[in-house]
Design a protein around this ligand. Structure first.
Ligand SMILES: Nc1ncnc2c1ncn2[C@@H]1O[C@H](COP(=O)(O)OP(=O)(O)O)[C@@H](O)[C@H]1O
Ligand SMILES: [Mg+2]
Length: 236
């Protein structure tokens, strides 16, 4: 089983949408996939046809003593499953030790995709303990804000995945050239294009490939899934 954590360099870069889209793409390649929401916003569920009002999830089960974290597991489609975070009514801290729980999921899934909040240096947002051997992708957008963050904070260790790439934008093309030169080998070779289908998928409450399998962004995400398989290939 491969545990792959996606986090944005900042909010709004499309991390949650990519977790859902990538999970769906891996599932169409015959992989057993779990989407696991570790973001306090609890929005991943909205890509999986859950109602806006839904409050169920692992954190709620746990904090409110309504059962075990794994009771909140839901089938999305085929071999694609979701573990929503849920919204507990109390502010008591959750037990964010996922290392052991991920062990328990070993036999059931080939991939666990984690939706993580963006990391802000110096701000300790009770990061979940994920244990060793986690693969990571950091989502960025080719804009001046992400460029500034990369410059100030450094590129970090994880491969950088460019989302919402717009080849018509001169600035984006220039930044892509600059990053390819400066961040040699650090960029994921496949970019995900800016595509209305990605925004439509969320409005439709579906993963991208389910909503618009022929769209440009869905093709990008399928290529990304192939790259991930080659990079971290899940073994049964
Ligand atoms: N490649 C893309 N093209 C167009 N819209 C996108 C793309 N990726 C994400 N979006 C849209 O951007 C918004 C923010 O995406 P989201 O996945 O919630 O970002 P994050 O999790 O990083 O905060 C959503 O409305 C989503 O549909
Ligand atoms: Mg998000």
């Amino acid at each position: 089983m491969t545990v792959l954590a996606l986090s944005g360099i900042r909010g709004g870069v499309g991390t949650t949408s990519l977790v859902a889209g990538l999970g769906f793409a891996l599932q169409t390649m015959g992989q057993r996939v779990l989407l696991l929401d570790l973001c306090p916003r609890d929005l991943l569920r909205l890509h999986c046809n859950l109602p806006l009002e839904s409050v169920e999830g692992w954190a709620r089960s746990e904090r409110m003593g309504e059962g075990s974290w794994s009771d909140a597991l839901l089938q999305v489609v085929g071999e694609l499953y979701l573990l929503p975070r849920g919204r507990p009514e109390t502010g008591a801290p959750t037990n964010d030790s996922w290392a052991q729980r991920l062990q328990q999921l070993q036999r059931r899934f080939d991939w666990v995709l984690l939706d993580l909040p963006p990391e802000v240096p110096g701000v300790t947002l009770a990061a979940p303990d994920l244990g060793e051997g986690i693969a990571r992708l950091r989502v960025i957008e080719a804009d001046a804000a992400c460029h500034a963050v990369l410059h100030i904070e450094g590129a970090g260790e994880a491969p950088l995945l460019i989302n919402r790439f717009d080849p018509l934008s001169q600035l984006q093309r220039d930044l892509l050239l600059l990053w390819r030169e400066r961040l040699e080998g650090r960029l994921v070779p496949q970019v995900v294009h800016r595509d209305e289908a990605m925004a439509g998928a969320l409005a439709w409450k579906s993963p991208l490939g389910y909503y618009a399998g022929d769209s440009l962004a869905a093709q990008d995400v399928r290529s990304l899934a192939t790259w991930c398989m080659a990079q971290w290939g899940a073994q049964r």
